[in-house]
Every structure is written in structure tokens, then in C-alpha cells.
Write a protein that binds this ligand. Structure first.
Ligand SMILES: O=C(O)c1ccccc1NCC(=O)[C@H](O)[C@H](O)COP(=O)(O)O
Length: 258
């Protein structure tokens, strides 16, 4: 499944490159207003922090929510106290786009994450050009050399890499890279099964001082409490916010967790 998602994202990037060359996107990335300090925004606090996701659909769940105006949803997330907004920009299975990212960037003054299947420098440059502050790098999708190259490029452009892991070996690779923000995704990318205890098993291997993010599988406040007890500084939440009624009220519930 992951290979297919990465291949699709690469094909889509190649198509966009037909109308926007590497040098054009590079110039736009350099000219974009500076990225916000996402690492500072996500540092451990007295209360848990939330990255709130703009998520229309997913391979595991199909269509989730219409979201005609991602900027409006992002404003609600910011009003509810989210520390950052995640925008799924993958087009085929998640129904997202870089236009969504640009619209969200223009609407909020908190950090914005490009959540996609990033495998090439062109996609990192696109992210910066669209105003992203954070870029997802999925360890399972990248060999060490590519991971290091993309990680360095994200930093060079002033953004923060969110390095996503699924097992102990991937955490080891993320730590070896010097990642300052590491996510553990509870969703198995092959079976889509959710394991809410995975974060707790892997978190002790993530060095102190690193921002530890528990990604996926929050369906209610009990899951946020569970992740916090296991050491999460931040939870990344999609489905529960886009399907749960008033996102501001849901965020207030989650953000009360100490
Ligand atoms: O959500 C999926 O089905 C999915 C499948 C394959 C790769 C990635 C996938 N999701 C991306 C994410 O990591 C989540 O959107 C994000 O962590 C929020 O998860 P949730 O709160 O469970 O919607």
C-alpha cells in the first residue's frame, strides 16, 4: 500500500512539474515568507498540544467529510487552540491538494504541515512555496540516503521535518538522523490496523528534548489521555475532528488533558 501511495504522489508531482519547472518552484520557495518555528510551537507544555488535520478522505475509511472550505476549517482549528494544522495534500486517495495548503496558510498564523508521501526534493520545494512550515517524512518510504537528503533540504528551507515512524528500527533511523520532531503513527500502512499502544512502546527510545507526536487513532478524549500518559507532547488528529461536529468544542475537550 505504501509503495503505491508513494508512486502515485511521485506521478502527481511529475505531472505538476510539466507546468511548473523545478527552477520556478525553487524560486517560489526561496521567495516565500519565512517559515514559522514549528518546533517551538510543538514543544512539551503543561497541557497536551494538538495538530488538527484537514482530512477529506482516506484509503482506510473512504470519504469522511466534504470540507468545501479548508481555510474556514483551519480557522476553527486555530480558534479552538490547535498548535498547528496538518493538510493532507495527496490527491488520489485523500482528496487533498496544494491549493488546500495555500488556502490554509493564508487563513491562520499557526504552523502548517504538508502531510503527503514525500519522496523527492521537488515536493519539499512545493511545500515551502505553498507556505508550509512542517513537512512529513515517512521513514518507511525512504532509504537512508534519500531520508537524509530530504531532511537536510527541509531544514535548509527553514522548515521543520516531522519524521514519522512505525517500529523500533524506524525510530533508530529517525534518531540517527538527528530529528527534533518524531511521530509514531498508530496506523499500520499495509493493513490499516490501529495500535494505540505502539506509541507507548516506542516513545522511550525517543531521546528527551525531541518533540514526541502520537499520530492517528484518537477517537475521543480517552485516547488523548492514553497517549499523554505514554509520554506524548502532541497528538495529531484527523477523523475525530472532521466527523465529530463542532471542532472547536472537540479541541477544547482534548486540550484540557494534562
Ligand atoms: O488515514 C489513512 O487511512 C491512511 C492510510 C495510509 C497512509 C496514511 C493514512 N493516513 C494519514 C495519517 O497519518 C492520518 O491522516 C493522521 O495521522 C490522522 O489520523 P486519524 O486521526 O486516525 O484520522
Amino acid at each position: 500500500m505504501l509503495d503505491g501511495l508513494v508512486a502515485g504522489a511521485r506521478d502527481d508531482a511529475a505531472r505538476r512539474r510539466q507546468s511548473r519547472s523545478l527552477s520556478d518552484v525553487e524560486a517560489a520557495a526561496v521567495a516565500a515568507p519565512p517559515a514559522l518555528d514549528a518546533c517551538a510551537a510543538l514543544q512539551r507544555g503543561e497541557r497536551i498540544k494538538v495538530i488538527a488535520e484537514v482530512k477529506r478522505a482516506s484509503p482506510s475509511r473512504g470519504a469522511l467529510a466534504e470540507i468545501p472550505d479548508p481555510a474556514d476549517l483551519a480557522r476553527s482549528y486555530a480558534a479552538g487552540g490547535a498548535a498547528a494544522v496538518s493538510v493532507l495534500t495527496e490527491e488520489r486517495r485523500f482528496g487533498g491538494s496544494l491549493d488546500d495548503l495555500s488556502a490554509v496558510r493564508a487563513a491562520v498564523d499557526i504552523p502548517v504541515l504538508r502531510k503527503d508521501f514525500i519522496a523527492e526534493p521537488y515536493q519539499v520545494l512545493e511545500a515551502r512555496a505553498a507556505g508550509a512550515d512542517l513537512v512529513l517524512l515517512i521513514v518507511a518510504a525512504l532509504d537512508d540516503a534519500t531520508l537524509a537528503r530530504l531532511h537536510a533540504l527541509v531544514l535548509e528551507l527553514g522548515m521543520t521535518p516531522l519524521v514519522e515512524t512505525h517500529d523500533a528500527e524506524e525510530v533508530r533511523r529517525a534518531v540517527a538522523l538527528g530529528a527534533s520532531v518524531i511521530g509514531v503513527n498508530a496506523r499500520d500502512l499495509s493493513t490499516f490496523e490501529l495500535d494505540r499502544d505502539l506509541f507507548g512502546r516506542l516513545a522511550p527510545s525517543i531521546p528527551d528534548g525531541t518533540v514526541r507526536i502520537a499520530e492517528s487513532a484518537v477517537s475521543g478524549v480517552a485516547d488523548v489521555e492514553h497517549y499523554r500518559r505514554a509520554g506524548a507532547d502532541v497528538v495529531l488528529v484527523g477523523e475525530a475532528l472532521v466527523t465529530g461536529g463542532d471542532p472547536v468544542a472537540t479541541l477544547h475537550e482534548f486540550l484540557a488533558v494534562t
